[in-house]
Design a protein around this ligand. Structure first.
Ligand SMILES: [Ca+2]
Length: 197
């Protein structure tokens, strides 16, 4: 009986553990851009990569809470300390349950990205495709057979506006460069939907 209860408790705990969160990162290592006043917009946290002693100070990660079953606008704000080009990355949360050899994908759907205080992102609503059928404006990884591929979503129930959104996870995500200016605060926001996993 005790063992059964333990198994049930472990299963419930494992289910509850899937983080209903998302993650917008900014990588400035190429131009060695550093920042101040890093904060989450709304419910969550944002900070530099404290665990990376070499490039961590140039990179921002975040941990943003997404509401259940509805579109949530999440974001980060930061002030660059110098001019430069940084890479804006729309990702899912890192999730590595105990006992797993590698992290598991948690899928998050993005639409309608806005940026203030920096160059506007191209194709912010994921509506435009290039001639080769790939997403315009964003770097999007080629499909893989590991169940982690980025996918374009056309199901209206999971599109915030227009006819497309994009589904990403931690390891396979979409990104593009934006140009920032010294001491000009930048705010990045995006609408996010957390689908059934
Ligand atoms: Ca769209």
């Amino acid at each position: 009986m005790k063992a059964v209860l333990l198994v049930i408790a472990a299963a419930v705990f494992a289910f509850a553990e899937v983080p209903q969160k998302t993650r917008i990162d900014v990588y400035g290592a190429g131009a060695k851009v550093e920042y101040t006043n890093i904060k989450a917009v709304g419910d969550g946290n944002a900070a530099i990569h404290g665990w990376d002693k070499v490039n961590g100070k140039y990179n921002i990660y975040s941990d943003l809470t997404v509401k259940s079953g509805e579109w949530t606008q999440v974001g980060i704000t930061f002030t660059p300390l110098m001019d430069g080009i940084v890479n804006l990355q729309l990702k899912g949360p890192y999730y590595k349950p105990e006992g797993e050899k590698s992290n598991l994908p948690v899928f998050v759907i993005y639409d309608d990205v806005t940026v203030s205080g920096a160059t506007a992102p191209a194709n912010p609503g994921f509506e435009t495709l290039n001639d080769d059928g790939k997403l315009g404006g964003w770097w999007m990884p080629d499909p893989t057979d590991d169940g982690k591929s980025v996918t374009l979503i056309t199901d209206a129930a999971m599109v915030k506006s227009g006819t497309r959104s994009v589904r990403v996870n931690h390891d396979r995500n979409v990104s593009q460069n934006i140009t920032v200016k010294a001491n000009v605060p930048v705010t990045v926001k995006a609408w996010v939907f957390f689908p059934a996993q």
